[in-house]
Write a protein that binds this ligand. Sequence first.
Ligand code: FE2
Length: 288
Amino acid sequence: MFAAQHGILNHELLAALAEARTQTDKLFALVKNDFLYERPIPERHRVVFYIGHLEAFDWNLLQGFIPQLQSFHPKFDRLFAFGIDPVDGGLPSDEPKDWPALAEVHRYRSRVRDLLDEVLESSAFWRSSYDGFSAATLLNVAVEHRLMHAETLAYMFHQLPLEQKIRQGSAPAHTVQPLEFGMVEIPAGRATLGLSRGESAFGWDNEFDAHEVRVPAFAIDRYKVTASTLNLSMRAATKTATSGRTRAGAGKSSRTWPILCSGSGGMAAGTTAPCSTNSHCHSTGLYS
Ligand SMILES: [Fe+2]
């Protein structure tokens, strides 16, 4: 039973890695080949770096633990090992010609995946422990790292001009039901934060240990704040700078906060006050 459960876990992790690779491959495929040496964000590497980096990270991570994985391209293992964090505003100055040809990077990617997959599919890999880390932990790190980059690549590519990207098919039409804004009351209680070390669930080092905290009752918006709502809020904050209510802010000085209301029932969301001259409609941004 225990072994069977682990078998399922291994299968799920391998599927998660395959899915994460598919996601990042799809992202890179959005950019026309001629523009893969662009640097959409001045503080970051050129796009081609990330094609190599996602593979080099997995390789360097696992190769450090598994002796049978012998490096076949040490230069690329180092070249694509680390991202950059510019210090004191200093921006990277490398040129496209400083980077290897795309075909070479793609060959590196394929070879890394072939060699790693061979190891990951062997039962010996899953039976072993690596310097105190389980095989599952190592693979979780690889998957999480890749998905984190999928997110940053998405906003990086958003900075590229449209003509440098490959047009995608239209997104399927979908109907959005009108949302009922409001607050959800959460009663006081105890919450467990973090993970205990005995749990099999994966966690980053700063997510340990588990501990309990007492949380007083509070209310929270039913939905996340959208960009448009925030925009309305900022506009209202400007409007109410001289006439709005004043509440104590988080800092030393008090600040003026707009009061949002749902616009539907006449009650201000997040407050018990009805719409008033100090409230503006959540839907229209107009004062009620
Ligand atoms: Fe990274």
